[in-house]
Design a protein around this ligand. Structure first.
Ligand code: SF4
Ligand code: SF4
Length: 166
């Protein structure tokens, strides 16, 4: 694989440095389907938990503590963001269909899922704090968790986790 696919200098804070370009608390005034592409994108809290591998058993999705090999565990971002659908056949676009899919496969802290289900953004969301790192400080992301890369793993059922924020 070409090294050029990798994003090595992405600074997650850069997403939140100019929040003044958005309407104040737009997420309280608009439904998900009314949001612009830019509003939709900035809603992502950068937790990385949607990049954990999951198994569906009896109509329930179980998260494992194995992560996509392209997850940057240092800042919980995708290291091949622009090429992710090309390179990872089961990488999912986070769109309305994904947010509303049943059984739920996004973590229950996911900003899209929260808003679509009538909840507000939590106090640690970077849109509230203005700081990308606030999700890590609140221990709501994958940073510093007991996670392992999926590379070489076949017995995913041995890696199921039951974390409260999944
Ligand atoms: S779970 Fe939701 S909020 Fe967290 S990184 Fe994925 S899309 Fe973004
Ligand atoms: S390729 Fe998809 S699943 Fe893998 S880290 Fe990137 S966004 Fe997450």
């Amino acid at each position: 694989m070409s090294k050029s696919y990798f994003i090595e200098d992405f600074d997650p804070q850069s997403r939140f440095d100019d929040l003044g370009r958005f309407e104040h608390k737009f997420w309280e005034k608009k439904k998900l389907e009314e949001m612009s592409r830019e509003e939709w994108e900035i809603l992502c809290d950068g937790c990385g938990k949607c990049c954990l591998n999951k198994i569906e058993i009896k109509n329930k999705v179980h998260f494992t503590n194995t992560h996509c090999r392209f997850l940057n565990c240092g800042n919980c971002s995708c290291s091949i963001y622009e090429k992710r659908f090309e390179k990872v056949h089961d990488c999912r676009d986070i769109d309305l269909k994904a947010v509303r899919e049943k059984p739920r496969w996004l973590p229950k802290t996911c900003a899209y899922w929260l808003l679509d289900n009538g909840y507000d953004l939590p106090e640690w969301h970077p849109l509230i704090t203005g700081k990308a790192a606030s999700i890590h400080d609140a221990k709501m992301s994958l940073k510093d968790r007991d996670i392992v890369s999926e590379t070489g793993i076949k017995d995913y059922d041995n890696y199921i986790v039951d974390w409260e924020d999944l």
